[in-house]
Ligand binder design. Structure first.
Ligand code: HEM
Length: 511
């Protein structure tokens, strides 16, 4: 009898265990089938190894070079797994324009470069309502201070003239590196708009701020793939040291921005909005106006968001323009025929007694303008754009893009796409000309400022700056390399977003 009970009990246990095991197996099978089904629906891409994905094959500081060569095999939309972060790489202009205009891909992911300076998720770097309200307001504010209008020319021109005077006084005829004076000249333009302040080109504090921002980017860049795998940073001593060094630099930058905010707040005595002098002022006035009607409406305009706005303008508005100008020096020295043709055009249209004007002369300087555009295409300062993020599972071009994937615009491939550019590796401004005039219809594969609703907010300002700097420099100087110098256009000496050329020297002679 006891044996029978024991047998019955064992059979019962076995049945339950079997049922449990079968359920677990069915669940696992369903999970893997679903995973496989999702995987087959995802864009094609290279295999990787477990955990770290495709990392071992990536160039840590010039990943766009890997992506561009992979794009030849996998096409305009591909997926690459980096340490478990799925990267959807958009490799041609149609995919970039289409992808970046989708609302499901409008957000930005968390990424280290911004996380460390506490800007992720705030102000212009934020998402949804925060980003939208801040972007709309900052664009309106910049416009009210002249961005997009010819009246801004004087602000830009004054900085270029100071820089030219400084080069003439100190550097003519001998090899010189493009030092911090260029960066301060560029910073002064965006800083005047953001805070109504400017400084001398040799101001130590301004130069230190720029150097700190640069060093900070370089440290983050050296982390390479560890940027996608934060736990690696904790365990690998080299990465820990780099992270510590980067973190030590960030307070100096953020403290400066906080000081600016406090100074501006002091101008709004009794919380009364006043006639704004700059974007920071305008922002605080807007907060006061909104708060008076409904305190909740003022929330997207807090000090934290303002600090991120100033950080965004400083970070996005200085390094990008200064780097484009550094590449301009290199390319104009390297391609002397292009430099000569720009100067001939300037001499013929503007003459030698005055400087070119953005408003009146630019439309009559097609070769110069084509050169500016070709520098932007060729130099490719932001080769992988600024990453976006899939906020929901989304169908894109028949593929499944899973929630959480990064959306990366491979502007390097866009700017070298043989379907849109003849001989893309050649530096040739005439590709933007037709019968000696600037081609009216923009080549769709020219996207230096990105695309879609989140495209560069400073595009008009940046373009004006680059045009005025280059035209004034060429009107004043001949630019050449020291004898025997061979420039290096490859690689990246900047940060994970904006690539910078290796150090170089040039010689300026007065024309
Ligand atoms: C030649 C110089 C510049 C280049 C090549 C450049 C390029 C870009 C690119 C590719 C993006 C990413 C767009 C996207 O997400 O798809 C971007 C974003 C941005 N740029 Fe620029 N930029 C330049 C100058 C400037 C300047 C002068 C400013 C400031 C006044 C600025 C402010 C910004 C901001 C705030 C964003 C983020 C916009 C957002 O998320 O809504 N940029 N830029």
């Amino acid at each position: 009898m006891q044996n029978e009970i024991y047998l019955e009990h064992s059979i019962h246990i076995m049945a339950v265990t079997g049922l449990l095991l079968t359920s677990v197996l069915v669940l696992l099978l369903t999970y893997f089938i679903r995973l496989l089904w999702r995987w087959t629906k995802m864009p094609p891409g290279p295999w990787g190894v477990p955990l770290i994905g495709y990392i071992p094959w990536m160039d840590p500081i010039a990943p766009w070079e890997n992506y561009t060569s992979l794009s030849r095999k996998y096409g305009p939309v591909m997926s690459v797994n980096l340490c478990g972060t799925l990267q959807i790489i958009l490799n041609d202009c149609d995919a970039v324009s289409e992808g970046l205009s989708m609302m499901a891909f409008i957000d930005r992911p968390h990424f280290l470069l911004l996380d460390v300076i506490s800007a992720t998720g705030k102000g212009l770097v934020g998402n949804s309502k925060i980003w939208h309200e801040n972007r709309t307001f900052v664009m309106k504010s910049l416009k009210s201070f002249g961005v997009g209008r010819a009246s801004l020319e004087t602000l830009v021109a004054n900085e270029v003239v100071s820089l030219i005077d400084s080069y003439k006084a100190n550097n003519l005829g001998k090899p010189m590196a493009i030092d911090g004076r260029l960066d301060v000249a560029v910073l002064n333009i965006v800083w005047k708009l953001a805070t109504n302040k400017q400084t001398s080109l040799t101001d130590e504090k301004a130069i230190r701020m720029i150097q700190n921002r640069r060093k900070f980017g370089e440290y983050v860049n050296q982390l390479g793939p560890a940027q996608f795998f934060p736990s690696l940073i904790t365990f690998v001593p080299k990465f820990r040291r780099l992270m510590k060094a980067a973190k030590e630099l960030s307070p100096e930058l953020t403290d400066e921005f906080k000081r600016e905010i406090e100074e501006h707040k002091a101008l709004h005595k009794g919380n009364v909005p006043h006639m704004p002098q700059d974007v920071t002022d305008d922002y605080i006035s807007e907060r006061i106006r909104r708060g008076a009607i409904n305190p909740q409406d003022a929330e997207p305009f807090s000090d934290e968001h303002l600090s991120a706005v100033i950080t965004g303008l400083f970070a996005a508005g200085t390094e990008t323009v200064a780097t484009t100008l550094r590449y301009s020096f290199i390319l104009l020295a390297q391609y002397r025929d292009v430099q000569n043709k720009c100067q001939e055009e300037l001499d013929e249209i503007v003459g030698k007694d005055r400087l070119p004007s953005w408003e009146h002369d630019k439309p009559r300087l097609p070769y110069l303008e084509a050169t500016v555009k070709e520098i932007q295409r060729f130099a490719d300062v932001i080769p992988l754009g600024v990453p976006h993020f899939a906020s929901a599972d989304t169908e894109f071009r028949g593929y499944l893009i899973p929630k959480g994937a990064w959306i990366v615009s491979n502007l390097n491939a866009v700017h070298r796409d043989p379907k849109h550019w003849t001989d893309p590796e050649a530096f040739d401004p005439t590709r933007f000309l037709e019968s000696g005039k600037l081609v009216k219809k923009q080549n769709p594969s020219f996207l230096p400022f990105g695309a879609g609703k989140r495209r560069c907010l400073g595009e008009q300002l940046a373009y004006m700056e680059v045009f005025i700097f280059i035209s004034y420099l060429l009107a004043n100087f001949n630019i050449e390399f020291p004898k025997g110098f061979v420039p290096n256009m490859k690689g990246n000496h900047g940060d994970p977003i904006a690539r910078r050329p290796a150090p170089f020297e040039i010689i300026l002679t007065e024309r």
